[in-house]
Design a protein around this ligand. Structure first.
Ligand code: HEM
Length: 509
């Protein structure tokens, strides 16, 4: 009995030592950090006071609660309102800086870009699904991917409008002409799903088609969605992602991979037989990413990874942006009228890349929607080697701070895009005119900036502009058919409207 008590008390005191040990090692780390920061001429960063200082669970719970309430941006907004434009938080035991400071973002994305990477976070969370590709890799591997992909995006941008029209035509035919309500969010997502699967794999998911479709391309898009949902939860849970279990997810990943491998084999065969019967110049050339990659390399694993890495960001983004614009236009008839006036001023001219680019007000409407309701609200990076960020320290938050390898940075674009110090007192209002004549700057980076800027930026702007022109030519008004005025959000990597974009269109004729 006595021995048992002894061993129990021994065990109890050992457990009591654990937090003590943790606090002591935290104290040593903090002291070492302060000495290093002082030597580098840096101040102490503004720090979020966690109720759970070990794992930062309180902030995690707040994020989940805000997401469930349909205001995923609230957490960062409150953090930054309370602590300034850069604040240090604890993300599952890892130091995570949240910033809405444009000078800090410019440092991370451009001037000190080699000191930050995507791979430490993205590779761990996504590798089983996405493999090694442009999203999950840094350094030489990333550079190789980027060099292969850039020209494909550039060429596709000026040459694919007629293939895009096939999908747009199908979407237009689904919009009621009798003033009844239509939810444009699913329709816009289908439009871009169909066109992006065609651009990436050479096979459209054909979701806008009225006929029943059991094609593998359709199956691929369903499986891809399932995998993304799990991958998002893995991101949220950080080092505790093992709690989710992996078996089911890995099975779905394997099925996605085998469908894409099938597409690749088919294309390799097609190119071989085409080569045996004709010269390259005889092959009808359209810019399908799979075809371009098969021409460049016979490494099938590499091709599959790149296709996955492009399909991931392409999946919903442009569709959500388009439906967000319609959501805003239905709430601002004056903006719709102005946009339509500009569209009608070009008459029935054939829509080319150059003509679309010249529509300044339409582009201002796109930018203003990206500023307020972007499908991508930020970006995460990991510090790879010690780096000084210009702001975030001292009482004013304007002194430089030191970041160390392993620290994470969460760049929060939307709070920066609505910062009254940059955009004025009407920063929360929808006012596209503010973009007319505005020069590019680090204060507005919905497609990010620096060498990892979204390679599809121009393609997205051209396609979205195209859809808006088609709508403005065919309809004279778009009316809100939604009980709620505000944008309530829902997130699985991309941020979309929980209530869709319920509107009614009034035909021009
Ligand atoms: C509204 C539409 C879109 C927005 C706002 C957007 C925004 C972004 C942003 C912010 C990043 C940087 C992500 C990061 O490093 O954390 C990015 C990267 C990327 N985006 Fe987009 N994107 C859009 C559509 C697309 C589409 C349609 C595609 C493909 C067809 C695409 C392909 C990519 C790729 C491949 C990268 C990785 C670039 C790299 O790391 O070098 N994006 N995008």
């Amino acid at each position: 009995m006595f021995e048992a008590l002894l061993s129990w008390s021994g065990l109890a005191s050992t457990f009591a030592l654990v937090p003590l040990f943790y606090v002591a090692s935290w104290g040593v780390k903090e002291l070492r950090y302060r000495v290093a920061a002082g030597k580098a001429g840096c101040a102490t960063p503004a720090k979020y006071w966690h109720k759970d200082p070990f794992l930062g669970l309180d902030l995690f719970i707040k994020r989940i609660t805000d997401m469930q309430a349909g205001d995923s941006l609230a957490t960062d907004r409150i953090l930054l309102d309370t602590y300034g434009k850069t604040v240090l938080t604890n993300n599952w035991g890892v130091k995570q800086y949240v910033t809405m400071d444009s000078a800090n973002m410019q440092t991370i994305l451009a001037t000190q870009v080699d000191k930050f990477g995507n791979a430490p976070l993205n590779h761990k969370m996504c590798e089983a699904f996405l493999g090694d590709g442009i999203i999950t890799m840094d350094g030489h591997a990333w550079k190789r991917s980027r060099q292969l992909l850039n020209p494909v995006f550039t060429r596709a941008q000026v040459s694919e409008l007629s293939s895009f029209e096939v999908h747009v035509g199908k979407m237009m035919s689904k919009i009621p002409r009798d003033g009844s309500m239509v939810d444009m969010q699913p329709l816009c997502k289908m439009l871009f799903l169909d066109s992006s699967t065609e651009f990436i794999f050479g096979k459209s998911a054909n979701t806008l088609s009225s006929e029943a479709d059991n094609s593998v391309a359709r199956r691929l898009s369903t499986l891809f969605d399932e995998s993304l949902q799990t991958m998002f939860k893995r991101f949220m849970l950080g080092r505790f992602r093992f709690l989710l279990g992996e078996k089911q997810w890995l099975q779905t990943c394997a099925e996605v991979h085998s469908i894409i491998d099938g597409f690749i084999d088919e294309e390799v065969q097609a190119q071989k037989s085409a080569k045996s019967t004709s010269t390259d110049s005889d092959i009808p050339y359209n810019y399908v990413l799979l075809k371009e990659l098969v021409k460049e390399t016979d490494d099938k694993r590499f091709i599959r990874n790149e296709l996955m890495n492009v399909y991931f960001p392409a999946r919903d983004t442009a569709g959500i942006l388009t439906s967000n614009i319609i959501f805003m236009l239905a709430r601002h008839p004056d903006v719709w009228n102005k946009l339509r006036e500009e569209v009608l001023s070009i008459g029935d001219q054939k829509l080319t890349f150059e003509l679309l680019k010249s529509l300044k007000y339409v582009h201002a409407v796109i930018s203003e929607t990206l500023r307020l309701q972007s499908p991508i609200g930020g970006s995460w990076k990991t510090c790879l080697s010690p780096c000084i960020l210009p702001h975030g320290g001292g009482a004013s938050g304007q002194d430089p701070i030191l970041l160390e390898p392993g620290d994470e940075v969460r760049m929060s674009f939307t709070p920066m895009h609505t910062d009254p110090e940059i955009w004025g007192n009407d920063s929360e209002e929808f006012h596209p005119e503010r973009f007319l004549g505005m020069k590019q700057s680090w204060n507005f980076i919905p497609f990010m900036g620096g060498r990892r800027i979204c390679p599809a930026q121009q393609n997205v702007l051209t396609d979205v502009c195209y859809v808006l022109v088609r709508l403005a030519r065919e309809f004279k008004a778009v009316e809100r058919r939604d009980e709620t005025l505000a944008y309530v959000d829902a997130i699985v990597f991309t941020r979309e409207s929980k209530n869709g974009a319920k509107v009614a269109f009034v035909p021009a004729k």
